[in-house]
Design a binder for this molecule. Structure first.
Ligand code: RAT
Ligand code: ZN
Length: 420
């Protein structure tokens, strides 16, 4: 066993890296999870897991059922159909199906059952409160960040009722309609008594800011967030540029909160698939450089959805220390791509990045998403350290632990001001 201050030999390197990555708790900086009190939004259990929209997309490749037929079924029937098509009649080779297997095995369930009976019985025997503790412990996730959308009437109502929210569930104020569908956003603001209009008049700008201020006071978010299409260009002539310049960025600066931009989605290329119908496109990284250059006092968390944007994003982060690349988002969250992106980031940015977030929508997914990410991040880190050791560097376990802790929690804490 290597002591923390001792130099790690090449032969002991892999074990030490794996151990450090396995044992270091992580703050999951982007999820769609909620505490137990958020009934209807807090999703967990086998039927939710199997109905994950990543799996819904895969169903239609292995079944003759049409989307119309599928959506007419109950949630249980949908889960039965997906289970039969993807887990019984096919080998669960894809990352999303392999993830369900990993979760089941970790919870002591048999992933080779012909139906979901055993799994349903297991989940019926635990309470959601117990299960949250159990899953966070298994995944070694100490804290997580939700996605909180005041433009979603169901979620808005819960916050307005002051549902209790444990501190380990941090809030992120998500405001896609403000930047992607201003007409809808301003109608929501107007219905709440804010004097906004479709045009960005000085009064509308002031009222939109007041609306965000109100939600910042209510949620105390660790960051403001938006997902943007792959066609996103900054600046341009659309209301979006005006809203970023006059509403979002001044609000972030006033409250000293970072702005998270998730760029590269192509929404609803196949609407019949509903949540599973979004795709990806190559985006303009130079727009992000321009935002960083114009706003040296702003802090930007950035994730891009296209694999082809990753190298340019790392280069942009080298030019702008107010840009923090984060995660391997959505279609990138596959081991081969996570390994490539993590290696690229380590080579260009060292430990000054946030390697991964889970994007979990269903609590149980934390188990596989973090197990798989840890396995992959270990491999990329091991490669980097191996080269350093081969060049003669006296690497210690203490340094490995420090680097992993920075990437899994320290960088984020500092970035969002969670540290005193
Ligand atoms: O990964 C996903 O589940 C996507 O549907 C999106 O939620 C994406 O992560 C987002 O936050 O927009
Ligand atoms: Zn997400």
């Amino acid at each position: 066993m290597t002591q923390v201050g001792e130099v790690v030999t090449a032969a002991e390197l892999q074990r030490n890296v794996e151990e450090s990555v396995q044992q270091t708790p992580v703050i999951d900086i982007h999820t769609h999870l909620y505490p137990a009190s958020f009934t209807g939004l807090c999703l967990w259990g086998i039927d939710e897991l199997v109905n994950y929209h990543y799996l819904v997309a895969e169903l239609f490749r292995s079944s003759t059922v049409t989307p119309q037929q599928f959506w007419a079924l109950t949630k249980f029937q949908q889960a039965d159909l997906i289970w039969d098509a993807l887990f019984v009649k096919n080998t669960p080779l894809s990352e999303a199906t392999a993830g369900v297997v990993a979760v089941m095995v970790k919870l002591g369930l048999d992933p080779c059952q012909p139906d979901l009976k055993q799994a349903r019985e297991y989940f019926a025997s635990v309470t959601v409160e117990q299960h949250i503790d159990h899953v966070l412990e298994l995944a070694h996730v100490s804290e997580l960040v939700m996605t909180n959308d005041p433009f979603n009437p169901m979620e808005r109502a819960m916050w307005e009722r002051h549902e209790p929210c444990p501190e380990r569930f941090h809030r992120a104020l998500r405001m896609d309609p403000v930047l992607n569908d201003w007409e809808t956003a301003q109608a929501v603001m107007a219905a709440a008594g804010f004097k906004t209009s479709a045009d960005l008049t000085p009064q509308t700008v002031a009222e939109a800011r007041r609306y965000l201020d109100r939600w910042i006071a209510r949620l105390r978010p660790v960051y403001l967030a938006v997902s943007l299409p792959f066609t996103f260009v900054y600046p341009d002539d659309s209301p979006r540029t005006g809203l970023i310049r006059e509403v979002v960025l001044p609000t972030c600066l006033q409250h000293n909160i970072p702005f998270a931009l998730m760029i590269g989605v192509s929404r609803q290329v196949n609407p019949a698939l509903r949540d599973a119908g979004d795709s990806v496109g190559y985006a303009d990284t130079a727009s992000m450089e321009r935002i960083c250059a114009e706003n040296p006092d702003g802090r930007f968390l950035v994730s891009m959805l296209s694999r082809e944007n990753q190298h340019a994003l790392c280069v942009a982060a080298r030019k702008f220390s107010n840009l923090m690349p984060f995660g391997c988002w959505w279609f990138l969250n596959n081991p081969s791509i996570v390994e490539e992106i993590t290696a690229e980031r380590l080579e260009l940015l060292g430990a000054t990045m946030l390697p991964q977030h889970s994007d979990a929508r269903i609590l149980d997914q934390l188990i596989y998403k973090w197990a798989h990410s840890r396995r992959t991040i270990s491999r990329a880190l091991h490669q980097s350290y191996s080269r350093l050791v081969a060049d003669g560097y006296p690497l210690t376990r203490k340094q490995i632990d420090r680097d992993v802790a920075r990437m899994f929690s320290g960088n984020f804490r500092r970035w969002v001001g969670l540290e005193p």
